[in-house]
Design a protein around this ligand. Structure first.
Ligand SMILES: [Zn+2]
Length: 80
């Protein structure tokens, strides 16, 4: 019964892996509880404790060097 519920939940999530952020952000080391040392590949912004939602927000709203196609991809993600 629970497995049935899980597959429904996965379907609703759209199946887009969170790890795709690491094509745009360089991950350095895991510093615990879903947080990473990371650097933006476009503007070299550095996080000592960034989580994925923060990195997505950077690419959507704050990165001045990211290509428009990248910004748009993350903008639509953040707005969801
Ligand atoms: Zn950036």
């Amino acid at each position: 019964m629970t497995s049935n519920f899980d597959s429904e939940k996965n379907k609703n999530r759209g199946g887009r892996p969170l790890s795709s952020i690491w094509k745009d952000i360089t991950r350095r080391s895991h510093v615990g509880s879903g947080k990473y040392q990371a650097t933006c590949k476009y503007c070299n912004f550095f996080w000592s404790r960034g989580d994925v939602s923060k990195l997505e927000e950077h690419l959507a709203n704050h990165c001045s060097e990211a290509p428009a196609s990248v910004v748009r991809r993350y903008l639509s993600k953040v707005l969801e």
